[in-house]
Design a protein around this ligand. Structure first.
Ligand code: CTP
Length: 400
């Protein structure tokens, strides 16, 4: 995240929703990632949360009025609007959406929204009926048409006590949605990246399954990196500890055969295919239709091999498509990776050690190497999964 947000100028517009307190966490995260944040509070936001809090968090003066005595009113809003890499309005009330959609300029925030050429991201927060109201929906449609971006809202318990769609999405997700909008790297714009991620569940009977320890963290890191570089991203994922990043199209499956089908039907439009899932190599030949009861006797399960999803993708690849696999190994890492590259006819294999303290399932770091045809090996130091994802897309760019 530091790589993406460092030195970026972000105007954080806070409007009068109960969720205004959550904007403090957004400000704090952005500052932690190296962004320069200018907080702007509307008159109603000031009733809910103090400008001093934002000033302490960002180290910048909070703008609360259009004609502040210590600023030059003619220059200041234009200067900030020109400098900004992003306008992030969080929380965004129905009122600010209406005013922005109609081009009003009656306070600092709406005035600068008209003056800026920076991307604008709204994180709506309001009562569910207000959100669903045709007027609000029409304003959102207008703003989208003009190129504004939206993150959320989420469903859940609202400040008014009702349950529905209208909660501001959590601060971490708001920041995640902002990342591609400030990213300096856009080399995957117009490209489609298809990623398999997570584990599979192969049923034994209606209540039991064979699974594995894949956390989905590598798939998530890859999807985020691709989004940040401007790609359209589809993640075909089995059960995992972490959800794919905001902005990715998510196709949820359980079994390897479901994953194979989901990948096959999307292959044609993909430019880059990456197999980060820990695909179940075997399934139970005939899963029981009713729960298997204890009988005292040993139970034998006959396992049959699943299709190889990434090898199949490589076999069908069209010219220009890049297909990358992973090889998670506990021993003879590079030998196994070279063998998999050849057997599956891949363009690149990321060999990664599993079962080590700083590398493997659930760990945030990996010891990995890139293996290309001709046994060309690039060994990497221990990297975070985010760093490995960045290095991988750099390498893929060379192949494209
Ligand atoms: N893979 C796949 N479909 C399978 C098995 C694996 O798409 N049925 C993909 C994985 O997503 C990964 C690569 O192939 O990108 C290698 O997976 P791995 O489990 O390491 O290799 P296997 O082919 O399963 O070989 P083995 O289990 O014998 O190590």
């Amino acid at each position: 995240m530091r790589r993406i947000f460092s030195s970026k100028e972000i105007v954080l517009g806070v409007t009068g929703s109960i969720a205004a307190y959550k904007a403090c966490e957004i400000a704090s995260r952005l500052v932690e990632y190296g962004a320069r944040v200018t907080p702007v509070l509307t008159a109603s936001a000031v009733q809910l949360v103090g400008p001093a809090t934002f000033e302490a968090l960002t180290g910048n003066r909070a703008i609360t009025r259009l004609f502040d005595p210590i600023q030059n009113p003619d220059i200041e809003h234009i200067a900030v609007a020109t400098r900004a890499h992003l306008f992030l309005i969080a929380p965004a009330t129905a009122n600010i959406l209406a005013r922005a959609a109609h081009g009003l300029a009656d306070d600092w925030l709406t005035t600068t929204l008209l003056a800026t050429r920076a991307p604008v991201l709204f994180a709506p927060a309001m009562n569910a009926n207000m959100y669903a109201h045709p007027a609000t929906q029409a304003n959102i449609a207008t703003l989208r048409e003009r190129g504004c971006h939206f993150v959320g809202p989420a469903a859940g318990r609202l400040a008014c006590g009702a349950v529905g769609v209208g909660r501001m999405i959590d601060p971490a997700t708001v920041v995640e949605a902002a990342a591609p909008l400030v990213s300096a790297r856009r080399e995957l714009a117009g490209r489609h990246v298809l990623i398999t991620s997570g584990s599979n569940r192969e049923p034994i009977d209606p209540v039991r399954f064979i699974g594995n320890r894949s956390s989905g963290r590598m798939g998530r890191a890859l999807a985020f990196e691709a989004l940040v570089r401007g790609a359209r991203v589809t993640v075909v994922t089995g059960p995992a500890d972490v959800a794919p990043p905001y902005g990715a199209e998510v196709v949820g499956i359980e079994t390897a055969r479901e994953m194979a089908e989901a990948v096959q039907s999307r292959l044609e439009h993909a430019d880059i295919v990456i197999g980060a899932a820990a695909v179940a190599d075997y399934r139970v030949e005939s899963a029981a239709s009713a729960k298997i009861k204890k009988s005292g006797a040993p139970v034998t399960l006959t396992l049959t091999e699943n299709p190889d999803i990434i090898a199949d993708a490589a076999a069908r690849r069209r010219p220009g498509q890049v297909v990358v696999g992973f090889a998670a190994e506990t021993e003879r890492l590079l030998d196994h990776a070279c063998e998999k590259l050849e057997r599956k006819k891949l363009d690149l294999v990321v060999a990664n050690a599993v079962g080590e303290e700083d590398s493997g399932f659930g760990s945030d770091t990996v010891r990995a190497a890139f293996v290309a045809p001709g046994r060309r090996i690039e060994e990497l130091s221990v990297l975070t999964k985010a760093e490995l994802a960045a290095r991988l897309f750099d390498r893929i760019a060379e192949l494209m």
